[in-house]
Every structure is written in C-alpha cells, then in structure tokens.
Write a protein that binds this ligand. Structure first.
Ligand SMILES: [Zn+2]
Length: 361
C-alpha cells in the first residue's frame, strides 16, 4: 500500500498538533510505515467544511448533473471535502458514488410556501399544516438534516411588504419534533427578528444567516448552544437586494440596516459565545469554491484567525459527526505553507488537497 509521509505539523484539535503523520492508502496513521513512497511538507488540517452550500442549485433552480459536478469540483479544489448542503432541488445521491467528489450531507429540499421563497428553489407547501409531514419526508430523503425557510418577504402586504415568518409557532414546534423523532436535525433560513423566538422555542438545531437576532435573542441562541452559519458573502448582497426592492421600502430599509451592521452583528454573536459556522451559500447567486472568501469576511468582521480556521475545519467536522484526523480515519486533508491558525488568509492557497488518500490538487 502506498505510504506518504506528512512531515507536518498536523493540526488535530484546538490545542493538539502532531509533528507528523502518514497517509497509508486512503487512511491516516501515526505509526511510521516500514517504507515511505513520498513526502508532503506543510501545515495539515482536516478537510474543510462548507455547511451552507447548495450542490445542484443554480440561480434558476435545479441544474443538470454536469453543472452540479463542476460545482462540487470547485468546492473540492478549494479544500472543502465535506459539505452539508442547505437544501437542493436536485437529487444528488449519485455524488456518493464518486470517489473524486467531496462527501455530502444532504438536507433534502428547502421547505417553503408558495411565493415565499426564491422561485424554483424549494418545495412549496400550500398549507402550513403540511409542514410536519413534509419534514418527515425530507428527513427520510436526506442525510440527517432538514432545511426550513423560516421567513421571507411577504409581498401581499403591498408597500408595507416586509420579512414575515412563514409558519405559526405551534406548527414549527411540531415540525422540529417530527424531524427529531426521525433522527434528523433542523436548520432554518432566517433573516428576520420575528422568526427567531419561534425557532428557538421549537428547538431548532442550527440557524442560517440569523441577521435579525436582537440582543435578547443572541443571549437565547447562546444559552441554547445553537450554532449560526453567518454567510457573510450572502449578507454582503443585502444592499443590492434592497436596491432592487423599490416597491417595498420597509423591507429595503431593513435589508440595508442589516447589511450595514453585518460585521458588528457577527462580532456580537461571537462575543456571546455562539459557535459560528462557515457557509458560502454557493449555488444560487454565489459561485462554488469560495470558502476562503467567506473566511476572509469573518476575519474582516474581527473574528480571530484561530476561531475561523477551527470553524472551517475540525470543530465543525466534530459537530457534524464527521471524522477528524484520528488514527485510521479517512485521509481527507488540506496542506498549507504556513499555520492557518496564525493567519487564516493562507486558506486561499492550499498547497495540496487530499481526498480519500488521493491528491486531487
Ligand atoms: Zn442558501
């Protein structure tokens, strides 16, 4: 079996760094093999994670298989070897059969209501009461996650149109309980302040964006230990979204306010002790392969390099239940020229990407 000496250092955890390791076939080992075929120098991290990434989704909804393949390859080449998708209209189960593509944890289809999310993205339920049963169906189709759209602009309000929750609180609670009963966790798209208490009351497991969280809700999220995927690349688009919403001045003003405050907001979440997650939200209007750009946005917000890198790698892998780089674990890793915990900008230039023991970049 082919053996590669990783001359290290190898970052294993927040405070554990091994001086070296070996790639033995598709596995990692810390026991020196009898012979070594090659060496790889540099700082080694467990493969990066993008927790909000839509493989199979484009600006107009579902994309064909070859486009989805290009998306997954772009993610992989950026060092992302594990993706939690955050809803996809496409059946992407074929990705599991491809040794050269990142590992994918699916959330099934976004659950939304007619006219209350981006067209052609989600599964639109005619009646709110259908949500718990739909959650069960998506839980069965997915890989342990379900994605809800918790709030969106309500254009039926005319010029007063603004972000409003999609689901009554009692239905949300039933839906989250139904997911949990079927072994799935629930994450929710939320921009609005108004949707957050209902989600937290329901016991949601993760929040996407959470741009509307007020100080009291930030304390609630922290107390519940619910991570937030801050999607700063997506929130950077809020000003442009506001510019297009000329018919909805209330909504536009709110989106602008959240855009202006976005870095302070993310710092507030971090300072409250909320685990922040990295998600590019690639697949709608944002290109795949931009995990380093999302990391750079968190750095711009003032999040320490070490926390950004931990969130992009081992910390989030553990939270998802994925292997890190333990003895005998799959050799999914990324190699950098210098210590990313000291300067996370190095995430933009991986020296090598190794997936299932194969060097793919
Ligand atoms: Zn998304």
């Amino acid at each position: 079996m082919r053996a590669v000496h990783l001359r290290g250092p190898v970052v294993l955890d927040d405070d554990r760094v091994a001086p070296e390791a070996w790639l033995l076939g598709d596995r990692i080992t810390f026991h020196r093999p009898s012979s070594v075929d090659a060496t790889l120098d540099g700082w080694v991290l467990p493969g990066l994670v993008d927790v909000h990434c839509h493989v199979g989704l484009g600006a107009q909804g579902e994309v064909d298989r070859s486009t989805a393949e290009q998306q997954a390859l772009a993610d992989r080449d950026s060092g992302v070897l594990l993706i939690r998708d955050a809803g996809s209209p496409a059946d992407t189960r074929w990705v599991d059969d491809r040794e050269d593509l990142p590992r994918l944890i699916r959330a099934g289809r976004h659950l939304a209501r007619p006219k209350r999310y981006l067209r052609h993205y989600g599964r639109e339920l005619a009646e709110v009461a259908e949500l718990p049963a739909a959650v069960v169906q998506e839980a069965v189709r997915g890989d342990g996650w379900v994605k809800l759209v918790a709030d969106w602009i309500d254009r039926d309000l005319g010029p007063d149109g603004d972000l409003r929750p999609l689901w009554p609180d009692d239905v949300l609670a039933q839906a989250v309980a139904a997911a949990h009963a079927h072994g799935a966790r629930v994450t929710a798209h939320t921009f609005a302040t108004e949707a957050l208490d209902g989600l937290l009351d329901a016991g949601v497991d993760c929040l996407e964006h959470a741009t509307g969280a007020d100080p009291r809700q930030i304390d609630r999220i922290a107390a519940a230990g619910v991570p937030v995927t801050v999607t700063l690349l997506q929130v950077a688009q809020f000003a442009a979204i506001a510019d297009q919403a000329v018919k909805y001045p209330v909504y536009a003003e709110r989106m602008r306010r959240m855009h202006t405050r976005r870095y302070q907001h993310v710092r507030d979440l971090h300072d409250a002790g909320i685990p922040l997650l990295l998600g590019t939200d690639a697949g709608g209007t944002i290109a795949h392969g931009r995990i380093a750009d999302e990391a750079a946005e968190l750095l711009a917000a003032g999040i320490p390099d070490a926390d950004v890198v931990a969130a992009a790698s081992w910390r989030t892998r553990r939270w998802l239940g994925a292997p890190v780089l333990g003895e005998g674990d799959p050799a999914d890793l990324v190699v950098y020229d210098s210590d990313p915990r000291v300067d996370a900008r190095v995430l933009a230039t991986p020296r090598a990407v190794v997936l299932r023991g194969n060097r793919v970049r």
